[in-house]
Design a protein around this ligand. Structure first.
Ligand code: ZN
Length: 295
């Protein structure tokens, strides 16, 4: 039964009080953008659902596919298409698969923070700070990287997390579903938060392309997903807005999903108006706009 007392305590204001996204131009000659990003969870995608999965070797092997096959193949695809992307990598994945993480960095892609154990950020969560700290530590220790971008594991957020990310120097986040252009968060105390590069949920490949014992879903054929992805992209281009992909090497690194992604990215590349780039680049463009406006 619903707790009526708890419902009465919900404030009568929007959950996100950030002002509307500013409508500034994309860098010439582009009139729309794609934030090309991957989430590298490896086995932590599974242990974050249940640490006991660590001993369920077939469940773990879905995640293990990322280092063995998925990530190297995707790096190959990006090189062929001459595209640079952002990879949000969990600290655990970096520690367990250092060669995979180094290969991403060596190929010139941006590395972002994606937690350590891929723990879901939940209200009152005592692990938020430790999870952030351990993620920063793994990226610095293994790769010498101080990330400026953060994507929340399981795409969930709390106010405590928003505040902690600003304090730790994160410039942009990419998890919210509430816009089609970048905007700046406003914290509960009214202070500015990170720049948000909103996620386009239909570009989460997990939704359409992976089914496992502990994550059973329907898998959709290429034509079905390509149709969704192209419609989303083409309408967004007409709006002069941006899309953000949420691709996982344990999904899009599988042959049938790889074929789909290659076709989609080849199409996206053929759109002369579309800026396909990293989160760092889109955030820098936002900062240039903000600076020009306040000057
Ligand atoms: Zn993830």
């Amino acid at each position: 039964m619903l707790d009526s007392k708890a419902l009465a305590g919900i404030p009568l204001i929007p959950a996100n009080t950030a002002p509307p996204a500013p409508n500034y131009p994309w860098p010439k000659p582009y009139t729309s953008a794609m934030f090309l990003s991957f989430d590298v969870d490896a086995e932590s995608a599974w242990t974050s659902k249940d640490p006991a999965h660590a001993e369920r070797l077939i469940t773990m092997s879905y995640g293990g596919f990322e280092a063995r096959v998925g990530t190297p193949k995707l790096l190959e695809l990006l090189a062929q298409l001459d595209l640079t992307a952002t990879f949000f990598v969990t600290g655990w994945s970096v520690d367990a698969h250092p060669a995979m993480a180094e290969a991403i960095l060596k190929a010139g892609h941006e590395i972002g923070h994606h937690g350590y154990h891929h723990l879901l950020p939940d209200p009152g969560d005592p692990y938020i700070e430790e999870e952030l700290e351990r993620g920063f530590d793994a990226l610095k220790r293994r790769l010498g990287v101080k990330p400026i971008g953060y994507r929340a594991p399981f795409g969930e957020f709390t106010e405590a997390l928003r505040v902690a990310l600003v304090r730790r120097g994160i410039v942009y986040t990419s998890s919210f579903r509430d816009d089609v252009r970048p905007y700046r968060h406003r914290l509960a105390d009214g202070k500015p938060g990170t720049i948000e590069l909103p996620v386009t949920a239909s570009y989460d490949d997990w939704m359409h392309g992976l089914s496992a014992r502990f994550s059973p879903r329907s898998i959709f054929p290429k034509e079905h997903v390509l149709s969704l992805w192209k419609d989303e992209l083409d309408e967004t281009r007409d709006w002069g807005a941006m899309v953000t992909t949420v691709l996982h090497p344990q999904v899009s690194g599988r042959p049938m999903r790889y074929r789909l992604l290659r076709e989609f990215l080849t199409y996206a590349k053929s759109c002369p108006d579309l800026w396909i780039t990293t989160g760092a680049e889109i955030a820098a463009n936002y900062q240039r706009h903000e600076a020009a406006k306040s000057a």
